[in-house]
Design a protein around this ligand. Structure first.
Ligand SMILES: Nc1ncnc2c1ncn2[C@@H]1O[C@H](COP(=O)(O)OP(=O)(O)OP(=O)(O)O)[C@@H](O)[C@H]1O
Ligand SMILES: [Mg+2]
Length: 356
């Protein structure tokens, strides 16, 4: 069976005893590590941030939480950067440092990693896919597989991926949004919109500057989005608000502004339009045979799917009911861990066992 689009199935040696299997979702903002443990998973999360020397960006000084603390307040000769942009590995050395850290977190000292499965964007090019495999091997894993994040999400969410009927996953992350149609255990169609929660945060900063003449920090914009955010939809959702202190662009003094749900919804709108365009493209290509499956089994995952009104807005636009995953930020990692623990996880009977 095919675990990544049209690629050849990787050769698996199932006779070997593998010491540790890990599933890793290398995200733009967060890297989630899932380690199969009996019927469940041990889950760990680190920010996808590394600190590097400014004059030698391949020299990594700190990774994850430690590096995140340096964001925006690093000394002049140190830079805190994200190795992935818009869901894609931008700097191989930095991404590798992130992956090594993720693997260390997932195992006990002295242990080795036998098999890792890395989730990558569904529309990743051959070069991007090879880069992910290579950093996995260089990081010390014996077997490295990459699978599409959308497929991993569907497996993690327990959707009936092996059936011929069709399933839809919408993964709304920080840097990109994948819309994936799955049937017969493989990817039937995919549309990637290269924007996500990060773009909303940037737009909130812009709107606040336009409306109040105040500059606010990107982290305050993100935090406001998470606390009061919503998406314009036909349902009347409560308009919440939160106070943020920024810098007056007029006086350079601190100035209080109130960010409400409506402002966030306005900031989400251009991004929402792109998702709707993506959904329309997918639906135009969808064969009638798959429509019923998609209608009955559509799920949204990824941190940005937590925005109030997403489900309602998508239904307003395309008349398909969407379920929002209960664990939107870890479901991709769980899916990769299921495949890591049992590479035949995509066979229906094995998958059912793995999901028990
Ligand atoms: N409650 C919330 N409401 C709105 N957005 C949220 C909420 N919680 C998290 N987010 C957003 O979700 C995004 C992170 O989601 P996720 O961890 O799925 O992204 P990622 O996997 O790192 O990115 P990508 O899949 O694009 O590479 C961030 O933009 C964050 O601000
Ligand atoms: Mg993601």
């Amino acid at each position: 069976m095919n675990i990544f689009g049209n690629e050849e199935e990787p050769e698996l040696d199932n006779t070997r005893v593998i010491s540790n299997s890990l599933g890793i979702d290398l995200g733009t903002l967060n890297t989630v590590i899932a380690k199969p443990s009996g019927d469940k998973f041990d889950l760990y999360q680190i920010p996808s941030v590394v600190a590097v020397k400014k004059d030698d960006p391949s020299e990594v000084l700190a990774v994850g939480e430690e590096a995140k603390k340096m964001l925006g307040r690093t000394p002049e000769d140190i830079l805190a950067v994200r190795p992935l942009k818009k869901g894609v590995i931008e700097n191989v050395v930095q991404a590798q440092a992130l992956l090594i850290k993720a693997m260390q977190i997932g195992i006990n000292e002295g242990e080795t990693v036998g098999r890792i499965v890395i989730g990558i964007p569904g529309d990743a090019s051959e070069v991007e896919k090879n880069a992910a495999e290579e950093i996995g091997r260089k990081a010390g894993a014996e077997y490295v597989f990459v699978i599409s994040e959308g497929l991993a999400a569907a497996i993690g969410a327990g959707l009936p991926i092996a059936e011929p009927n069709g399933t839809m996953v919408i993964d709304v992350g920080a840097g990109s949004t994948d819309i994936v149609i799955i049937s017969l255990g493989g990817i039937n169609d995919i549309e990637t919109v290269r924007c996500g929660g990060d773009d909303i945060d940037n737009r909130i900063v812009e709107l606040v500057a336009e409306k109040f003449d105040v500059a606010i920090g990107i982290h305050d914009a993100e935090s406001a989005k998470m606390q009061v955010g919503m998406i314009h939809c036909s349902e009347q959702l409560e308009n919440l608000s939160i106070e943020v202190i920024g810098k007056s662009l007029e006086t350079n003094r601190p100035k209080k502004v109130v960010i409400d749900s409506m402002l966030v919804a306005d900031a989400v709108e251009p991004f929402m339009q792109q998702i709707i365009d993506g959904l329309n493209i997918i639906l135009e290509r969808l064969t009638p045979e798959l429509m019923m499956g998609v209608y009955n089994n559509a799920v949204a995952v990824g941190g940005t799917s937590k925005l109030r009104g997403l489900k309602e807005r998508i239904y307003d636009e395309i008349s398909i009911p969407i379920e929002i995953s209960e664990d939107p930020m870890t479901v991709v990692a769980k899916g990769t861990a299921i495949v890591a623990a049992e590479p035949l996880a995509l066979e229906p009977d094995v998958r059912l066992r793995a999901l028990k």
